[in-house]
Design a protein around this ligand. Structure first.
Ligand SMILES: [Ca+2]
Length: 304
């Protein structure tokens, strides 16, 4: 039996079109051929980035993300047959590896319907952050129109769009690392110093992000977080005044505020943050966010 229609008994069937569009490039990625997104782009981009851009990608992040575009607001129109599709967006916040840490926020619509509003990607201390988002779209017409518009002052990064019949797996994988923060700071005060069990060694960022810089800790699996052990900087403990701990179960999004370090607690030596009973998760990811315009100095972070 050949199903010529896109629906049967009122239930949409998977579409028959496949489109893989690569921003600022084309070629073979993930074993598939990707065409340049300019074939489908109906708006303008603010900028492009490629390997000449000072992106210091996590070694586990696919090189797919090395190229892409930044947009303030832009649309793409993809011609497809009617049916049900999975739309994968390969997003990246890599606005700066030499300047302030950034927070980008995406407003995303598909065929005129908002599918995400103020979706935040926060760059963690100059490490570009990538996120693959999946949206399922029921197409009754002949196209999928994607629009991205920024919700904050920073332009939005995107490396690719993959449109496949619903139920088809995406091509480009994403893997995580532990811990996650900047790959390079000032040579010696690197992120691992926060996790080395030594209260006299600390992390110090290369600059003073005007939005609170952060570093994160992957617990490996979700569990109850009743306390967080931490040690402010031995050289500049007061820089942790007002610093915040967050918890989440997705690496770069959906963080819940767990604890704010009060001024009196930001002193030299090991401390314990007691997490309120209604904030104890379970959580997989814990993030320390320094106050704005500090160097994110921090000596130790652990979750018992
Ligand atoms: Ca340390």
């Amino acid at each position: 039996m050949i199903l010529a229609a896109a629906s049967s008994g009122g239930v949409s069937l998977p579409g028959t079109t496949t489109i893989r569009a690569k921003m600022n490039g084309s070629g073979t990625f993930g074993g598939q051929s990707w065409v340049a997104d300019t074939t489908y782009r109906t708006g303008t981009v603010s900028n492009t980035f490629n390997t000449s851009f000072p992106v210091v990608l996590d070694t586990n992040v696919p090189t797919f993300y090395n190229t892409g575009v930044f947009v303030t607001s832009c649309s793409w129109t993809f011609p497809v047959a009617a049916g049900l599709y999975d739309v994968y967006l390969y997003l990246i916040d890599s606005n700066s590896t030499v300047g302030p840490a950034t927070t980008t926020a995406y407003n995303i619509s598909l065929n005129g319907t908002s599918v995400d509003s103020n979706l935040v990607l926060k760059q963690f201390l100059f490490e570009p952050v990538t996120l693959r988002k999946k949206y399922t779209v029921d197409v009754t017409g002949s196209s999928i129109v994607l629009n991205l518009s920024r919700a904050l002052t920073f332009d939005l990064g995107i490396s690719g769009v993959e449109i496949v019949p619903a139920g088809t797996a995406p091509t480009i994988g994403v893997t995580d690392t532990t811990p996650f923060a900047a790959p390079a700071i000032n040579g010696t005060n690197t992120k691992d110093k926060v996790f080395d069990g030594n209260n006299s060694t600390e992390y110090i960022s290369a600059g003073q992000p005007n939005i609170g810089a952060a570093l994160g800790y992957d617990l490996g699996s979700s569990r109850t977080v009743a306390t967080i052990n931490f040690t402010p900087s031995p050289s500049s403990p007061a820089r942790s005044n007002g610093a915040k701990f967050y918890g989440s179960n997705t690496k770069y999004t959906g963080y819940t505020l767990l604890y704010t370090i009060p001024a009196g607690q930001a002193t030299v030596g090991a401390k314990t943050a007691a997490i309120p009973s209604d904030k104890q998760g379970p959580w997989r990811y814990i993030v320390f966010e320094a106050p704005a315009n500090t160097y994110c100095n921090f000596a130790e972070l652990s979750v018992p």
